[in-house]
Design a protein around this ligand. Structure first.
Ligand code: ASP
Ligand code: MG
Length: 416
């Protein structure tokens, strides 16, 4: 049994869905296929959530855009035979939701709306596969992927999910399941989500629980590359990586794989393949257990849109473990995720993703104790397996705000 995951780009148009169908047709084995929302739908739904929450009438316009995009895809896929009933039902459900008055919990409302991207995309794909003669079963993953109620960043209840997933994906007279990435639900059946780009994590969870032979991510790149080709020239494909290397890369901001993906796969020793849906016959990259030493080229990872926050005790005392404790608790409470932390005698530096809310407001609570300085629009450059040459070239003409070097990894925070 294998798990496949198709991201938004791989299902962004009718032609793309047909390509996925061709790929699936080549595999004659038990498969669970995890699919994201089509194209940039999740971004569009984020604008819908905002409009809905702010009681802005634009919500209906955005809803129409959402519907029209999918309808065009369906018109092509189903040869103009109309929208399948299952889809009409989903659109009606979303529209009904939009007519209701929002609660005061933004994160909760976000998840109740954002899920429609994945629900609609998987329903279209499942219906189309059946229409094209590829028998499959659509699964609402919310019935088995159970989480806590930390909306927008929910944690998986592994024990319960394990039982339900094993009960659902039985492969009894069925060898192809189509389901959603990214979403789950609470004990009381409220929809939750696992964080942006979370479909990778869903695929890894299912792989772990179902003891999959392997998990494959189908992407628009030939595999894991040594740099993002959209941002740097000279990127080369890496044929194999250890779990350890992959986890370091994803944690540093390599967007090819969601950082939470590696643990469930590592724990069960399941190989992860990253392959191109445009050239499915090519081998891509495999991430698996590697005991021997392998040579890797310098790997460049850019994480953009970061903010550097510098806290200095107002009374000029040294940064102590109590300061760190206070700041860490504050960050946890405010759900601020730190990419890098560094201290000097009287400065505590925090590098965080630029938040949606106002920075000054977030850090107000710390103002009685620290003077707070901000630097915005920064990029963290991480170089794994760096050489002196590469470093020299990298730092040239750059305004460096922070630097950290270890044996394998060099990191520098620079102005965007
Ligand atoms: N559709 C979601 C997102 O764009 C989840 C995913 O693509 O993995 O963030
Ligand atoms: Mg995506």
């Amino acid at each position: 049994m294998k798990i496949f995951k198709f991201g938004g780009a791989s299902v962004k148009s009718a032609e793309a869905v047909k390509n996925v169908t061709r790929i699936l047709g080549k595999y004659n084995e038990n498969l669970v296929v995890v699919v994201s929302a089509m194209g940039k739908t999740t971004n569009l739904l984020e604008t819908l959530v905002r409009a809905y929450f702010n009681k802005d009438e634009k919500k209906y316009e955005i809803f129409q855009e959402f519907k029209a995009y999918h309808k065009e895809i369906m018109d092509d896929l189903f040869d103009g035979n109309g929208i399948p009933e299952s889809l009409t039902f989903l659109f009606v459900e979303l529209e009904a939701k939009l007519k209701k008055v929002p609660s005061l919990d933004y994160n909760f409302e976000y998840d109740q709306i954002i899920c429609f991207g994945e629900l609609v995309s998987t329903q279209i794909i499942s219906d189309y596969l059946n229409y094209a003669g590829v028998k499959n079963q659509w699964i609402d993953i919310r019935a088995c992927l159970r989480t806590d109620d930390n909306f927008r960043d929910a944690s998986v209840d592994w024990e319960w999910t394990e039982e339900l997933v094993q009960d659902t994906f039985r492969f009894n007279g069925q060898n192809l399941y189509i389901t959603q990435g990214f979403i789950g639900s609470t004990t009381t059946n409220l929809t939750t989500s696992l964080g942006r780009e979370g479909s990778d994590f869903t695929a890894a969870i299912l792989g772990n629980i179902l003891n999959a032979e392997s998990v494959s991510f189908w992407k628009d790149v030939p595999g894991v590359l040594s740099a993002d080709p959209k941002k740097m020239d000279g990127a080369v494909k890496i044929t194999e990586l250890s779990y350890r290397e992959a986890v370091e890369m994803t944690h540093s901001g390599a967007q090819i794989i969601h950082p939470k993906t590696m643990k469930p796969l590592h724990n069960k020793g399941i190989s992860l393949y990253v392959k191109s849906f445009l050239e499915p016959e090519n081998s891509g990259t495999v991430i698996h257990k590697i005991d021997h030493k392998i040579e890797l080229p310098p790997i460049f990872i850019l994480k953009e849109n970061l903010v550097l926050i510098t806290l200095s005790p107002k009374d000029f005392s040294f940064i102590s473990i109590n300061d760190i404790d206070r700041v860490v608790n504050f960050l946890l409470e405010n759900r601020v995720k730190v990419t890098l932390m560094q201290q000097s005698a009287i400065d505590l530096n925090l590098v965080i993703d630029a938040p949606e809310a106002d920075l000054q407001e977030i850090f107000l609570e710390l103002k009685p104790f620290y003077s707070v300085r901000y630097n915005t629009d920064l990029t963290l450059i991480t170089i794994r397996h760096y050489t002196e040459e590469v470093l020299d070239w990298m730092v040239k003409e750059k305004d460096i705000y922070l630097e950290q070097h270890s044996r394998l990894t060099a990191r520098m925070l620079v102005k965007q």
